[in-house]
Each structure stands twice: as C-alpha cells, then as structure tokens.
Design a protein around this ligand. Sequence first.
Ligand SMILES: [Fe+2]
Length: 138
Amino acid sequence: MKRVDAYGAEYEALSGQNKHLRVLLQQLRGARNIEDPLGAYRLSCETLRELSDYVRTYFAEEERLMLEYGYPQYHAHRREHVNFLETVLEVEEAMRTGEELTTPGFFCDMVGDWWEKHALGPDQQFAAYLLANATAAA
Ligand SMILES: [Fe+2]
C-alpha cells in the first residue's frame, strides 16, 4: 500500500511538471503571434531558456523513477530525452547566434510536435507501467 501512496505522490508531481511544460509550450507558440520581431525573439529566447532548464528537471525525475521501479524501457526512453536535449541545445545556439531570429516558429513546431508524441507515447507507457507495478506491489 505504501508504494501505491508513493507512486501517487510521484505521479502527481510529474503531472504537475508536465502541466507547467505545457504552459511554457503555449507561451512559446504565443511568441509567434507577436508582431514585433524583436519582442517575439526575446520572448522565444526567455521561454526557451526556462523550458530547457525545466525539461532537464522533469526528465531527471522521470528517469529516477524509471530506475527505482526497474522500468525495462529505461534506456530507449532516456535516449529520446537525450536526443531532444541535444536538439534544444542546437536551437539555443542557433538563436544565440541569430540564425533562428526570423524562424522561431520552427522551434515551436519542433518542440510541440516532439512533446505531444513523447507525452502520448513513451510517457504514457511509463505511467501505465508505474501504475501496474505499484498496484501489484500493494
Ligand atoms: Fe519521458
């Protein structure tokens, strides 16, 4: 029973982080609608930085739970996180050097698409595994 309670608290924490990431993504998408290119660029950069920091915390927490609960797909799931963070770093660098100044929309689409796919696929699979394991241990 204790593990179910622990799972519940951990799952709630992950869900809360996931919701915050969605807010950041909406903010990033919203930056596209700002008519002033410099304003759009600044908001994109700020949001991207926050999202990048936040997503690292989220991934680390998710990966910690995977190890704790012996998730068999840990390596494949973690590889998706690593690949995503590498892309984020590339885009951050491109934005820092001004390459992405005129196309922040590319990043919004890329991040949004990846997140939808990841959240609906691997993250849901892990949540189901966690629930099954926590229930079995009860
Ligand atoms: Fe994940």
